[in-house]
Design a protein around this ligand. Structure first.
Ligand code: ZN
Length: 230
């Protein structure tokens, strides 16, 4: 059952993760032998066979607040594993296989949009950003050839998905708790491509669309790494 706009956080280790530790692990990953995250074979983070399987997965298209959302993948199986390894364990070596298609979708959206269209990211939760010390969406976009990404501002915390009452929240309550959490700046009269990693209910992305509209901009496309399907 879909109850939050974010994947359920996993606890990778009992240690409290810190940015320097994640960075150190990421650096070590380049030197130590690694197993393929798809099949466990000793290889790179993703062996050739699993990479081909990943590339064969279909894209997803849905509507969010009346705007077309392109998702590079469905959020399941290998895609879910790779995203969680990147976000929770700092496995930056999985950024290229995921980021290639994500970046291509953003570049396509930009090519179809007016000149001067900006890419804005839905901001990560403050806790997630602090824990990781890097922004997975910015990294994925860079690996996919998109090097200029701005972000919306979070003006107050939205539903965290971790509170005791979260599971009982109705969709209406979730929307009500999310409206007004984001703000856009400098988009008056401009076209915007909104990006995020995982879109679940779409409530957060819809809030991003609202924030851009309030600031006088127009969201021409939403792009996500992965979409959670019904
Ligand atoms: Zn494999």
């Amino acid at each position: 059952m879909r109850t939050t706009d974010r994947p359920t956080p996993l606890r990778p280790t009992p240690l409290r993760p810190t940015p320097w530790r994640d960075a150190a692990l990421a650096v070590l990953g380049f030197f130590l032998p690694v197993a393929c995250l798809g099949c466990g074979r000793p290889d790179r983070a993703l062996c050739r066979t699993c990479r081909a399987a990943l590339d064969a997965r279909p894209r997803r298209v849905r509507l969010v607040a009346g705007v077309r959302l392109d998702a590079a993948f469905e959020y399941e199986g290998l895609v879910r594993t790779l995203l969680l390894e990147l976000k929770l364990r700092g496995r930056v070596d999985v950024a290229r296989p995921l980021g290639t298609r994500f970046g291509a979708l953003v570049r396509t959206a930009l090519a179809e949009a007016s000149a001067g269209t900006v890419v804005l990211r839905i901001p990560p939760s403050r806790a997630g950003a602090r824990r990781r010390g890097f922004d997975p969406v910015v990294l994925l976009l860079a690996r996919g050839g998109v090097h200029r990404t701005g972000r919306l501002r979070r003006v107050r915390a939205g539903p965290t998905g971790k509170g005791p009452g979260q599971k009982e929240r109705t969709a209406t309550e979730r929307v009500a708790a999310t409206v007004g959490t984001l703000r856009a700046r400098g988009v008056d009269g401009r076209d915007v491509v909104l990006v995020d990693d995982v879109v679940t209910t779409g409530v957060t992305m819809a809030e991003g669309v609202r924030a851009v509209r309030v600031a006088g901009g127009r969201v021409v496309r939403c792009v996500a790494v992965a979409s959670v399907e019904d």
